[in-house]
Ligand binder design. Structure first.
Ligand code: AMP
Ligand code: MG
Length: 399
């Protein structure tokens, strides 16, 4: 349902210019083209001797005609029966069609000879000019979410700045009379507001621009005011106040503002009370999630559901929960009526041919941040499964 509603949203198309070094995580608003051939000259991939394969394969001596290192302009044409000393990254002189590795030649004072029985193919250890990209080629499509690999390419093509789409602004409204700011010392009965910053980091990572609102108290007036503010953003995440308790006032407050609910509960644990709906603000549809306040429930429901809507707003087709397969280290119990998401640690360094191993963590429940901080995934125990056995493969939701 979330995916279907998310697909109705139009992605952000306003763009801005940012320096390349700050562009990680942003979506490119234009195609990126190679400004010159890549590599711009035939590049040696080894330290050694540029030569002709037919000559060097005779295992006769080739005279060293010169030497070139990375950064020097291309050398003159290679004379017959000779080799040019060359370093990795340097331009291969015209006439040479391979580079013999330094480890594979015997060198005398002014000549080299390929050691027997080695042979070289034409083209070996050389990347031809333009083999990676031709000047003018599209190397990145508009819409690409820029990761380190894209940033390196943009840099190689001379883009000191790039035009990127604005990141959707996500209001983060935490609720609860018990909450105090992170920098305050909680009085008896109070706790620090950890969800605000946790959700902000999740939003940031998913390509949004978090906007943390002051925490709202558990009363109609405070909630009403805070929600009015929250819907001015592109999307709202409300934490707490959606369970069945006496002071869970978020739903009624949303109703008062004219919200339409798509669902008010999910068969998952943690996260059962999750609420998903929309509100119209200045004739724009704004989606919101009411996330259960327990930190681990908030994290799981954002990863499973919130990230999809944010991805749709950001125009990121690949956004949403990321799953993988892992092998269970221990038996795990399931529930008949709920899909469980159990905070777990997966060792992502498997032996060849094996699945990585995942271990569920001991925990005091959905508020146990000390245990959660040791998790890097949630083990998924599908609804109706009574028991997953150690040694079998299971799905994990990556954090
Ligand atoms: P609620 O969903 O409001 O019933 O809250 C469920 C549990 O999560 C309670 O133990 C709350 O104290 C805790 N909680 C709610 N909001 C936050 C928050 N922003 N940071 C940390 N814990 C919270
Ligand atoms: Mg509460």
């Amino acid at each position: 349902m979330v995916a279907a509603h998310a697909s109705d949203l139009s992605p952000e198309l306003r763009s801005e210019r940012v320096p390349l070094e700050h562009a990680a995580g942003w979506r490119l608003a234009h195609t990126l083209r190679a400004d010159q051939d890549q590599p711009p000259f035939p590049r040696s991939t080894r330290d050694g001797f540029a030569c002709r394969a037919v000559e060097v394969n005779t295992h006769r001596e080739l005279k060293i005609a010169g030497s070139i290192h990375a950064g020097q302009p291309p050398a003159e044409r290679l004379p017959p029966e000779s080799a040019w000393e060359i370093m990795t990254g340097a331009a291969v002189p015209e006439g040479a069609d391979c580079v013999a590795m330094i480890e594979h030649v015997e060198r005398t004072f002014d000549a080299i000879r390929l050691v027997r029985p080695r042979r070289l193919e034409s083209g070996e250890n050389i990347v031809p000019q333009g083999a990676e990209a031709r000047a003018g080629d599209e190397v990145l499509a508009a819409g690409t979410r820029l990761g380190p690999q894209h940033i390196a390419l943009a840099a190689a093509c001379g883009y000191a700045e790039v035009q990127v789409y604005r990141r959707p602004r996500v209001a983060i409204l935490t609720t609860g009379d018990e909450l105090v700011p992170v920098s305050s010392a909680p009085a008896p009965g109070q706790i620090r507001n950890s969800n605000g910053v946790m959700l902000a980091s999740l939003v940031e990572r998913a390509g949004g621009q978090p906007w943390i609102l002051p925490a709202a108290a558990d009363n109609d007036r405070a909630l009403n005011e805070a929600l009015r503010e929250a819907v001015t953003a592109d999307m709202a995440l409300i934490s707490g106040g959606v369970s069945a308790g006496k002071f869970d006032l978020v739903e009624p407050a949303l109703v008062k503002l004219g919200a339409k609910f798509h669902f008010t509960g999910v068969r998952i644990q943690p996260g059962k009370p999750l609420v998903f709906g929309e509100l119209t603000h200045r004739s724009t549809k704004k989606m919101f999630f009411g996330l259960p306040g327990n930190p681990i429930s908030s994290a799981a429901t954002f990863l499973l559901f919130g990230s999809r809507v944010l991805g749709a707003l950001a125009g990121d087709a690949h956004a949403g929960p990321r799953f993988a397969l892992a092998r269970l280290a221990r038996d795990v119990k399931g529930k008949t009526d709920l899909t469980r998401f159990v905070p777990s640690f997966c060792d992502f360094d498997p032996m060849a041919g094996e699945l990585p191993e995942v271990k569920t963590l001991q925990s005091q429940g959905s508020g146990d941040l000390a245990s959660f901080s040791r998790a890097n995934c949630f083990l998924v125990v599908p609804e109706g499964i009574d028991h997953l056995r150690a040694g079998t493969a299971a799905r994990i939701l990556l954090i």
